[in-house]
Design a binder for this molecule. Structure first.
Ligand SMILES: NC(=O)c1ccc[n+]([C@@H]2O[C@H](COP(=O)([O-])OP(=O)(O)OC[C@H]3O[C@@H](n4cnc5c(N)ncnc54)[C@H](O)[C@@H]3O)[C@@H](O)[C@H]2O)c1
Length: 361
């Protein structure tokens, strides 16, 4: 298996190093043939080539089976600095678009030993495990943008359009995911107002006929955002558009208690996938051995599962992470008053604990 490494900026290289250690441990246990390819991107590529995503990086990435990506970006106060401005449209969106990665999967899973970290009451959050399947290469974020002067004032607009084929393929991905889980799928849109949402409902209902074992329902996006905090356990898989998915997946991301716990997968038609934490490059904690590496480490089981179809190897990492958390080990962001302060570990030490648990299992 050939894996491209885009380590990213600030905490990116720190958490990537831990994920690679864990991958090497799995590889040792399961005798995998892993080749890692370093790919120049984001801040480092900009310093060297004046570009965030050079052509040669894209060419080398295309020869890989999967990409592991750390967070890109600099301090928010330097947002207008050429090194950091335009990263979203100059590197992150083109990476997804170039490989036609139209499905973004984010799982918000509450870990039992961390249940008290959730902003919601324990009885509401217990057992929550939601997968949001977000359309990633269409809709508002790729729609026509206009800047006009109308009646002497600026009028700027963004437009949203979806074709049947775009909705069909993401719906199929979501139904397939639901089949692997609790077989419940909720479509979220805004069909009481938006024309393209009506198309989402029609195409989704057509695809549903091919998956009779999956129970489906529909929610308007405003209700869905409310239900995510009122009764999150009702959801198994949610499928939605690019913009609604962006907002809802961030809302769902706070349920487990720390942004440092959440990985994501971006997939297309083939098994090729891009795996990355949901958070940014956290410049203020970079270089302090403080970042939680779990968001990056948990990209490894996602990659083993979705790209390489190695469910046992994926479970090996998931179980190792649960063991380390059950044993009371925490990174700083996961620490709370009831925890043992002697079990708060740095990024490297936490990574070592997961590696040890993988090798022992
Ligand atoms: N996909 C991406 O590459 C991506 C996503 C989001 C933000 N960004 C970029 O990241 C940079 C910083 O953005 P931001 O500060 O708004 O958001 P951020 O996600 O980097 O940080 C938000 C908060 O979460 C904390 N945090 C994030 N990851 C953590 C981890 N693994 N362990 C412990 N704490 C963690 C940070 O310390 C901070 O308090 C910006 O340049 C932004 O554009 C990139």
């Amino acid at each position: 298996m050939k894996i491209g490494i885009l380590e990213g900026d600030y905490i990116g290289p720190e958490i990537m190093a831990e994920a690679i250690k864990v991958l090497n441990a799995v590889s040792q246990k399961r005798k995998l043939d892993v080749e890692l390819v370093d790919l120049e991107v984001s801040g480092k590529a900009f310093d060297k080539y004046g570009k965030h995503l050079p052509e040669h990086t894209l060419e080398a990435a295309a020869k890989c089976d999967a990409l592991l990506k750390g967070p890109f970006g600099g301090p928010t106060e330097e947002i207008n600095h050429p090194k950091w401005s335009g990263l979203e449209r100059g590197a992150i969106l083109p990476l997804r678009k170039n490989f036609n990665l139209y499905a973004n999967l984010r799982e918000s899973k509450v870990f039992k030993p961390l249940i008290h970290l959730s902003p919601l009451k324990q009885e509401v959050i217990d057992g929550v495990n939601i997968l949001i399947v977000r359309e990633l290469t269409g809709g508002m974020y790729f729609g026509e943008q206009r800047e006009e002067i109308v009646n002497g004032e600026r009028r700027w607009s963004d437009s949203e359009a979806y074709s049947e084929s775009e909705i069909r393929r993401i719906s199929i991905t979501a139904f397939k995911c639901a089949m692997q889980r609790r077989k419940k799928l909720t479509l979220v849109a805004k069909s009481n107002i938006l024309k393209n949402s009506i198309l989402w409902r029609e195409v989704f209902n057509e695809v549903a006929k091919e998956f009779p074992d999956v129970t489906t329902d529909y929610m308007h996006v405003d209700n869905a955002s409310m239900q995510l905090v009122l009764n999150p356990r009702q959801f198994d898989v949610i499928v939605t558009s690019n913009m609604f998915g962006d907002i809802l997946s961030d809302e769902a991301a706070v349920l487990p208690g720390s942004i440092g716990l959440l990985p994501s997968a971006s997939l297309g038609e083939s098994s090729f996938g891009l795996y990355e934490p949901i958070h940014g490059s956290a410049p203020t904690i970079a270089g302090k051995n403080m970042a939680n590496p779990l968001s990056m480490i948990l990209c490894i089981p996602l990659m083993l599962y979705y790209t390489f179809n190695m469910k046992d190897a994926a479970a090996l990492v998931d179980n190792a992470v649960e063991q380390v958390l059950n044993a009371g080990f925490r990174t700083k962001d996961l620490f709370s008053a009831n925890d043992d302060p002697s079990k708060v570990l740095g990024t490297v030490e936490f990574g070592n604990a997961v590696v040890e648990a993988v090798l022992k299992s």
